[in-house]
Write a protein that binds this ligand. Structure first.
Ligand code: FMN
Length: 174
């Protein structure tokens, strides 16, 4: 199984999670790349795709990357966000990402918090469309932390296990 960890990150939070995912994959055929350097995706069976939640959704560069993934791949999505972990606000971004991936197998998703610059929070907390997540983001300092990165590693292993099983059963079916 050939694996790619592809990520988009503006301030480094999602990159840290991508690196934790990559490090926990006990596998020789693996690569980690920022999305704008990931060109030929054909050789990969499993692609981990990571992005920061922006405006409740997926940044345009990640949308472009997701749309370009050849059909028949297995995809594991991960994201960082200022809002609370496991909250509804972050979920909407995963739904937006999945809607860009018709015909692909989504093996799972992982989200954790990522700190936001205090100046940005101060600005956005005044804007009605940002207020809810910006309020939550006030307590995101220090994230992703060691627990987030540990959990990202566990997610990576679970996704690999699932993908190998799916891959194996597809092969058997011929
Ligand atoms: C332009 C912009 C929009 C954002 N919108 C949201 C949002 O809608 N919901 C949220 O929870 N966090 C939002 N955030 C916070 C980021 O998702 C969070 O800080 C993330 O960890 C940044 O990841 P990065 O360092 O990989 O770029 C936004 C950040 C920026 C810069």
């Amino acid at each position: 199984m050939n694996i790619l960890v592809a990520y988009y990150s503006e301030t480094g939070n999602t990159r840290k999670v991508a690196e934790a995912i990559f490090a926990s994959l006990r596998h020789t055929q693996k690569k980690i790349l920022p999305v704008d350097q990931a060109e030929d995706l054909e050789p990969y069976h499993l692609i981990y795709c990571g992005f920061p939640v922006q405006h409740h959704g997926v940044p345009a560069r990640m949308v472009h990357f997701l749309k370009g993934i050849p059909k028949g791949k297995q995809i594991a999505l991960f994201a960082t966000h200022g809002s609370l972990r496991g909250g509804e606000k972050a979920l909407s971004a995963f739904f937006a990402a999945i809607s860009q991936l018709p015909g692909q197998t989504i093996v799972g998703t992982f989200g954790c918090r990522g700190q936001v610059k205090p100046q940005l929070i101060d600005e956005w907390i005044e804007a009605p469309q940002h207020q809810a997540w910006a309020r939550e983001a006030q307590s995101a300092n220090g994230h992703p932390d060691a627990t987030d990165l540990h959990d990202a590693g566990e997610f990576a292993e679970t996704m690999l296990y699932a993908a190998e099983n799916i891959h194996g059963s597809l092969k058997k079916q011929g």
